[in-house]
Design a protein around this ligand. Structure first.
Ligand code: ASP
Length: 586
């Protein structure tokens, strides 16, 4: 037998038994005639003891061990004199009688410790070493637990786990595709799925009734902390359901995960917030509701009531009230102004007003407004003594709200209101069906083109498509969109109409989605579904800042796998087989 126990297993009750362990050398300490080695595997650390007096040769051998050598030892379990309360195995040690070096290690490029000395880049390059560290390994263990719980829950609800192909055609999630050339069909390309959206709908036509899959999706987008070019969805679809059915079932799944993984009982139904309200109060379709600081619209109070031309010309003026922040110094306020002016946010400026000890208001635009108007401002903002009011304005309502949203999140962070151990969940519902794309000069599907419009808004499809709302819903937790879905169109005529509004010619719609339209002619059940972002769920539960840390082999911000050095150029021979020649533009 290679080993009788793991390195995390032995306890005081095992004292006296002879065991064989195998693992990695974490650390070697020499103290007088004794040598102590911490032996590590996935399960824990066990202390090995070598005594020069008892076995000099063995002890000399142990002294030569280096970090990360893989060894096998045999020995007797012994009660430790000085116990280590921080280790589950800390009551015992192994008096080693046999030592075998299975594989020596060169010096690792960084220390395999919780507080490693390795920077991000080097740890990505040697990811297999980084994964030996507790913190990183724990994230993968958590991910495993979560997928097990997801399967348990959905299996219990009658869902079938069905795999769908990776080499397919273009899917409709609105990002760029990753493509794969086909050798057998020269000049033609597969696209990797941005999601299995169309396939899961076909599974409903096929009568599968309840489908799920924990599946890789591929989107060629600019990367951010919560985005990777390939990521994992818990993808689901159900037949004969309405929005309420989907929401209830998947709220149940979220609650199940909180209970099983974090021991948190969420008893109340998650609040539902119409998209328009989320935009009005938070400037975001994924509001962080761990704290208030909702927007107050100030057009009535500040537009045309003073000489400040910036406000007088604005189409939107909104403010937030930061409790107790009237004490902010000039420097702090300048920092905030610089923050909103950064290119990523792009605001022109920031106006502030402090509520002073005597209840009066002192603001950066004092000279333009009477104290009377400023008192109205204070009242509109429900501001009290010691509070700081921050105001932004602009000509584009949505853009200005998004800028104010960034400021609100920044203030929330500064005030410690975005606690990672506090969870605030909600559903954002009633999304608009379409959004206008400046780039494309046409309406685009906000969710995807198969999303069902709200029944009562269908007549507006002809007269005022921009105001049509969809049966679409997102689940939001702590300002992160953790999932989203919709009720789908199952009527070929309505789907046709949708394609027309989206600017598809009949030929293009047929070319891209003809297979689905055709399938719908053979009896498509009403259906709907949702997809959860597994990586985002794991990073929320693990309290991570980036989804990268819960992915075994992630890509860096330029979409590179620095460990495998991919993407890379391919051989001329391979190109020829694929009937391709490269003509790279600079
Ligand atoms: N396919 C959608 C997405 O990836 C989810 C859904 O509508 O079920 O966002």
């Amino acid at each position: 037998m290679f080993r009788t126990n793991t390195c995390g297993e032995l306890r005081i009750t095992d004292a006296g038994t002879v065991v064989t362990l195998a693992g990695w050398v974490q650390r070697v300490r020499k103290m007088g005639g004794m040598t102590f080695v911490d032996l590590r595997d996935r399960y824990g650390i066990t202390q090995l003891v070598f005594n020069e007096e008892l076995n000099e040769i063995l002890c000399t051998q142990a002294n030569k061990l280096g970090r990360e050598d893989v060894i096998q030892v045999k020995g007797r379990v012994n009660e430790r004199e000085s116990k280590n309360k921080n280790l589950p195995t800390g009551d015992v040690e192994i008096i080693v009688s046999d030592l075998k070096v299975l594989n020596a290690s060169v010096t690792p490029p960084f220390t395999i410790e919780d507080n490693t000395d390795g920077g991000d880049d080097i740890r990505m390059k040697y990811r297999y070493l980084d994964l030996r560290r507790n913190s990183v390994r724990r994230n993968l263990e958590l991910r495993h637990q979560m997928t097990m719980e997801v399967r348990r829950y959905l299996d219990g609800k009658g869902f079938l786990e069905i795999e769908t192909p990776m080499l397919i055609g273009s899917t409709p999630e609105g990002a760029r595709d990753f493509v794969v050339p086909s050798r057998m069909n020269p000049g033609q390309f597969y696209a990797l799925p941005q999601s299995p959206q169309t396939l899961k709908q076909l599974l409903m036509v096929a009568g599968m009734d309840r489908y799920f899959q924990i599946v890789k999706c591929f989107r060629d987008e600019d990367l951010r902390a919560d985005r990777q070019p390939e990521f994992t969805q818990i993808d689901c679809e159900m037949s004969f359901v309405e929005q309420e059915d989907v929401i209830t079932l998947f709220e149940g799944m979220a609650k199940h995960l909180f209970r099983m993984i974090r021991g948190i009982e969420l008893t109340e139904p998650f609040p539902r917030m119409p998209w328009s309200e989320a935009m009005r109060l938070y400037g975001s379709d994924k509001p962080d509701t761990r704290f208030g600081m909702e927007f107050v619209e100030l057009m009535e109070v500040l537009k045309g009531t003073g000489e400040f031309s910036v406000f007088n010309d604005a189409n939107y003026i909104g403010g937030i009230c930061a409790k107790g922040c009237a004490s902010y110094t000039r420097k702090q306020l300048d920092q905030l102004t610089d923050f909103v002016k950064r290119s990523q946010i792009g605001a022109k400026g920031l106006v502030y007003a402090r509520v002073q000890e005597d209840g009066s208001v002192k603001s950066s635009v004092d000279k333009f407004y009477t104290q009377d108007v400023l008192m109205q401002l204070k009242q509109a903002m429900s501001a009290e003594i010691g509070d700081l009011i921050l105001i932004m304005s602009g000509d584009d309502v949505m853009r200005t709200r998004k800028q104010l949203c960034e400021l609100r999140l920044e203030m929330g962070a500064r005030l410690g209101l975005r606690d990672k151990n506090k969870f605030s969940l909600l559903w954002v519902v009633d999304f608009p069906m379409f959004e206008w794309s400046e780039e494309e000069g046409r309406l685009m599907a906000m969710h995807h083109p198969f999303t069902h419009p709200k029944e009562e808004d269908i007549p507006l499809l002809d007269s005022d498509p921009a105001s049509v709302r969809a049966d679409a819903y997102d689940m939001v937790c702590n300002g992160v969109e953790v999932g989203g879905g919709s009720i789908r169109i199952h009527d070929p005529e309505l789907q046709d109409k949708m394609f027309k509004i989206l600017g598809f010619t009949e030929e293009r719609a047929q070319e891209q989605f003809g297979f689905l339209m055709n399938a719908f002619k053979y009896g498509a059940p009403p259906h709907g579904g949702l997809a959860y972002g597994l990586d985002r769920w794991v990073s929320l539960f693990a309290g991570l800042d980036s989804i990268r840390d819960c992915i075994a082999f992630p890509k860096n911000n330029s979409g590179r796998d620095v460990m495998l050095d991919a993407p890379s150029f391919i051989d001329q021979k391979q190109l020829e087989e694929l009937n391709l020649s490269l003509d790279l533009k600079e």
